[in-house]
Write a protein of this length. Structure first.
Length: 185
């Protein structure tokens, strides 16, 4: 079991390491769960071990400023919306992202993964932020695409599996992509 020092996480803002625009603020730790606010009226229960593994402190986002921006949005608006609108740095350069292609997929249950390269304003219009898997290093797009093609084949070959059986397999593929291609934001 992983112990967290509650004094060092409450009142702070964390972002997911891979899903960079997934933002939370821990409220409490209860029974090996980190209870987090994830938006207006949105609570997330994250197992402590997963919190330690997958989340990083973002010192560039002040909680009171985040909450102030959130007052402009209706209930059930996630912090992701405010992060994308106010906090994500926009260098106006083209960057690449792996995301689900849920519109052009030929799979019945698991949409294909694809790489798209865009500036932030185009990305915000074209890619649904909730289908994004991760930003990738822009200088290795072809290597990532070659591997993604193989992974999409593996995913298609295993589409017949029950979703619960497939989750671990899918997560393993994502962790491999993360280890090799993740661009830190």
């Amino acid at each position: 079991m992983v112990d967290l020092d509650i004094e060092n996480i409450l009142g702070k803002v964390f972002r997911h390491k891979r899903l960079f625009n997934y933002v939370i603020t821990p409220q409490s730790i209860e029974e090996n769960m980190v209870i987090c606010q994830a938006g207006n009226g949105i609570t997330q229960h994250i197992p402590t071990a997963y919190f330690v593994r997958d989340w990083k402190l973002d010192n560039n986002i002040d909680l009171s400023t985040l909450l102030e921006y959130m007052t402009k949005y209706p209930d059930n608006t996630p912090f992701t919306t405010v992060y994308n609108d106010y906090f994500e740095y926009d260098d106006n350069e083209i960057h690449s992202y792996i995301h689900y292609d849920d519109e052009e997929s030929n799979l019945s249950r698991f949409p294909m993964w694809k790489i798209t390269s865009l500036i932030k304003t185009e990305r915000d219009e074209i890619i649904n932020p909730y289908t994004m898997i991760m930003p990738i290093n822009d200088n290795i797009i072809q290597l990532a695409q070659d591997e993604l093609d193989i992974m999409n084949e593996l995913r298609a070959d295993n589409e017949f599996l029950d979703f619960e059986d497939f989750q671990g397999f899918e997560f393993g593929l994502i962790k491999l992509l993360e280890k090799k291609y993740l661009r830190e934001i």
